[in-house]
Design a protein around this ligand. Structure first.
Ligand SMILES: NC(=O)c1ccc[n+]([C@@H]2O[C@H](COP(=O)([O-])OP(=O)(O)OC[C@H]3O[C@@H](n4cnc5c(N)ncnc54)[C@H](OP(=O)(O)O)[C@@H]3O)[C@@H](O)[C@H]2O)c1
Length: 392
């Protein structure tokens, strides 16, 4: 992703009174149309607080098939942290394209941007359009970027949508959507069970499942203040049952499942696992014969352990899902999935997951941004951190 600029040095000027940088609410553009940009970068893998830094650079007006983008909203997802730590399979490119002393990558893999300018060779995207990034490794924790148009997907109809909604549609809702539809035939109805049910993916699965006629058993972690409030939130989204992982592991849990599923006559065809460890094993035990258990995350960092009897006597199928690989193989289907979710959002049928907005203006300090990333590692959070860019 080439970045061009007149200066390879930090754009912060020595005299604030004569500089465009002293106007926090104004876009920072030079006389030659270069955007003054900032990005959260890393040159080595490690804990976000140790390796992330805020880097200033400039971005030239777009040419050929390139676009100049201004980011509007970029979430901080668990996988982004794993990528900074160097433990995520999708590795970013480390380059000197932003004028850094050492090769650096920009953090973040998801976000929505407005097209500020499009080169004359750009065919599918024009100035003023909103776009989301197609693949991981783009680097979305930045105010601006320049990119070939092929790296982004145009949002055909942004009317009635917020940047937060569009900026968070490509990963979590798409993951829930595909897992609910690609492993079982939703037209057969029945139940699914999931852990991490209050996550972005979990909340999306509850809502989409309900819209498509599936009932759900939702497992959350017990918390000091109890889970009543959380259970109410998830039931408002369409959850049928909400239980803690401790209840799930109780001896009598199978009997409760029978009560909910009409003595077992209603099948639990699908399990969605983003936790691993004992909660995942306990969840696998409640699945009906021939069900699919799809693992898509490992929040507990514990391995998935499976009793052989589930494989031999129930022929439960164990699958894994990774939205990045799926999207790479199915670009048209990804666009259709995104548009489907956005259309449900517009109609008020799909509610946003709770977010903790992190405003990012030209004057925002590195510590504030890095702290927001590091905080993602803590559990029991009120919402997902999302960088919301002021008109930089
Ligand atoms: N494979 C894919 O394509 C794909 C796509 C999207 C997401 N994911 C994965 O899905 C998972 C959820 O992502 P998200 O963005 O939806 O999450 P999120 O909204 O950021 O929420 C984090 C979730 O993880 C739970 N959690 C945190 N630490 C935990 C621990 N030590 N043990 C058990 N649960 C823990 C939280 O529960 P508490 O509230 O109890 O802390 C919360 O439910 C992540 O593992 C992510 O990497 C995978």
């Amino acid at each position: 992703m080439p970045q061009h600029g007149p200066s390879r040095a930090s754009p912060r000027p020595s005299s604030p009174t004569t500089s465009p940088f002293s106007h926090p609410h104004r876009r920072h553009i030079s006389a030659y149309g270069y955007e003054q940009a900032k990005a959260l970068i890393f040159s080595t893998y490690g804990e976000p607080k140790d390796v992330l830094s805020l880097h200033g650079h400039s971005v030239s007006p777009a040419h050929s098939d390139n676009l100049t983008l201004r980011f509007l909203a970029s979430p901080i997802n668990p996988a982004d942290i794993n990528q900074v730590q160097g433990v995520y399979p999708s590795k970013p490119s480390f380059t000197r394209a932003l004028g850094t002393a050492a090769p650096a990558a920009v953090g973040g893999n998801e976000g929505v941007a407005e097209v500020l300018s499009a080169g004359s060779g750009a065919k599918t995207v024009a100035k003023g359009d909103w776009v989301i990034v197609r693949a991981p490794g783009f680097g979305t924790w930045r105010t601006h970027a320049q990119t070939p148009e092929a790296a982004v997907m145009r949002i055909d109809d942004k009317a009635g949508l917020t940047a937060l909604q569009v900026g968070t549609v490509g990963v979590n809702p798409c993951t829930a959507y595909r897992m609910l539809t690609d492993y079982v035939d939703v037209r057969e109805g029945g139940w699914f069970v999931q852990n991490g049910a209050n996550s972005g993916v979990g909340r999306a699965a509850i809502q989409l499942g309900r819209l498509w006629g599936l009932k759900s058993i939702n497992v959350v972690r017990a918390r000091p203040e109890g889970v009543e409030g959380l259970a109410r939130e998830l039931k408002d989204l369409g959850a049928d049952v909400v239980v803690t992982d401790e209840e799930l592991q109780d001896k009598g849990f199978g009997e409760r499942v029978k009560e909910w599923t009409n003595g077992g006559r209603e099948k639990i065809r699908l399990g969605l696992n983003c936790v691993g460890g004992k909660p995942a094993t306990a969840m696998a035990r409640v699945l009906s014969p021939e069900a699919h258990m799809v693992t898509y995350g490992a929040m507990s960092k514990q391995p998935v352990m499976l009793p052989a009897s589930l494989l031999i006597f129930k022929n439960v199928h164990f699958d894994g899902f990774w939205v990045s690989k799926w999207a790479e193989r199915n670009p048209a289907e990804k666009k259709r999935t995104v548009e489907d979710v956005l259309s449900l959002t517009r109609k008020g049928l799909f509610k946003d997951a709770p977010v903790l907005e992190v405003p990012w203006g030209f004057e925002t300090k590195q510590e504030v941004l890095v702290e927001a990333v590091q905080g993602t590692l803590e559990g029991f959070r009120k919402g997902k951190g999302v960088f919301v860019f002021e008109n930089t």
